[in-house]
Write a protein that binds this ligand. Structure first.
Ligand code: NAI
Length: 404
């Protein structure tokens, strides 16, 4: 269990489950603010903390990292990590953790809701009812059972969506650039084009990359079945939004659900502009695919678990910027964590410190990534603290820590 004086600062209204999880792990020196910090406020705040938790609005750049004299790790209580200068953090021996899995289910559930509503023409019927029109008809309203769902990007969200859709009786076809094991009865498409030609609904779940930019352009949309439906809860750049607007205008696309946009308002106070606003048969949501209470709760628990594991155990598994070591617990032994520049001869110098003092190294876990290496060592010596100064004196050392 951790020392009580470990200082943790949580910004941007991180879910209170984070504070509870930290307390359960013995960390009680936690300050939780509802807003983000910037400029000198951030520099003052980060100076004395061991861990900082942020979401997307706080920018931890090289200046902020430079001011952080004790910082051991950064927790991004979200998916994205480009608000942190990851390379500088790594070079300073500071791993950065995030929560890539925690809102998977939320996005998949929204896609399921979108599919059912679009198949029944509900967005349009609802819009007309609001205008006082009574559009009672079964025309163009379909059950989802037996229809083909084409999933582009069969990763965490895509594969979860496939399972849920099969539960509703849909046939699932997927396309991924990587070879992916099909779950349930899902079938891999031979090509992106084949998926577009076969699917009644196409749902996009790819990351934003140069290859996925405008992946759904005029040609791809033309390849889709007439009257088919499109869902984009991935990234706004994946769909050519003007091409989609044209296809909706012509009726080639029968409806769409769009959660992400090439340009999104920076705050809830800005007006949302989009060529899709004029269509009754389009569900527009403000990038809330992953935004649920459950996801926030899960994110809080996932990131805290990673920070605590790094602090107590030395494990950097799933750090986004750091060599990854996964290590068993170290009951009954002293554990030292040594982060260093990835240069020839460092391990020899570390081992020399132990052999010089006749200390037995019971286990050693080493990983390197780019310019940084991390080695976690379990040693058989009660007063391991006396060796730390000698390890610190090795020129390539970035930081050394005795774990608790
Ligand atoms: P993931 O990394 O688990 O899966 C992405 C999959 O796409 C991988 O299997 C990858 O091989 C595949 N892929 C990459 N390039 C491809 C290409 N050119 N063609 C076909 N497949 C390709 O990611 P995850 O967690 O499933 O997220 C998917 C998307 O959802 C991401 O863009 C993410 O940003 C977005 N997202 C949106 C949210 C929202 O609020 N709307 C919330 C969470 C994620």
């Amino acid at each position: 269990m951790a020392e009580n004086d470990t200082r943790i600062l949580l910004l941007e209204g991180i879910h209170e489950a984070a504070v509870e999880s930290l307390a359960a792990a013995g960390y009680r020196n936690v300050e939780r603010l509802t807003h983000s910090l910037a400029g000198s406020d951030l520099l003052d705040a980060i100076r004395d903390v061991d861990f900082i938790g942020i979401r997307s609005r706080t920018h931890i750049d090289a200046t902020a990292l430079g001011a952080a004299q004790k910082l051991k790790a950064v927790g991004c209580f979200c998916i994205g990590t480009n608000q942190v200068d990851l390379d500088t953090a790594r070079r300073m021996g500071i791993p950065v953790f995030n929560a890539p899995f925690s809102n998977t289910r939320s996005v998949a559930e929204l896609a399921i809701a979108d599919i059912i509503l679009l198949m029944r023409g509900i967005p349009e019927k609802s819009a007309r009812a609001r205008r006082g029109e009574w559009a009672k008809t079964a025309r163009h309203a379909h059950e989802v059972r037996g229809k083909c769902l084409g999933i582009v990007g069969y990763g965490r969200i895509g594969s979860q969506l496939g399972i849920l859709a099969e539960g509703l009786g849909m046939q699932v076809l997927y396309y991924d650039i990587e070879h992916k094991l099909p779950l349930g009865n899902a079938t891999p498409a031979n090509s992106f084009e084949e998926l577009l030609q076969e699917a009644d609904v196409v749902s996009l779940h790819v990351p934003e990359t140069p290859v996925t930019r405008n992946m759904l352009d005029t040609n791809a949309i033309r390849a889709m079945r007439p009257g088919s439906l499109l869902i984009n809860a991935a990234r706004g750049t994946v769909v050519d939004i003007e091409a989609l607007a044209e296809a909706l205008e012509s009726g080639h696309i029968g409806g769409a659900a769009i959660d992400v946009f090439p340009v999104e308002p920076k705050s809830n106070k800005e007006i949302f502009e989009s060529p899709l606003r004029r269509f009754d048969n389009v569900i527009l949501t403000p990038h809330i695919g992953g935004a649920t209470e459950e996801a926030q709760y899960n994110i809080a628990r996932e990131v805290v678990a990673k920070l605590v594991r790094y602090d107590d155990n030395g494990s950097t598994a799933s750090a986004v910027n750091f060599p990854q070591v996964t290590i068993p617990d170290h009951e009954g032994r002293r554990r030292i964590l040594h982060i260093h520049k990835n240069e020839p001869g460092v391990m020899e110098q570390i081992n020399h410190v132990f052999s010089k003092h006749g200390v037995n190294v019971a286990a050693q876990y080493l990983e390197t990534q780019a310019d940084v290496g991390i080695v976690v060592m379990d040693i058989e010596l009660d007063d391991a603290g006396s060796l730390l100064d000698e390890l610190r004196a090795i020129p390539a050392t970035i930081r050394v820590r005795l774990l608790h």
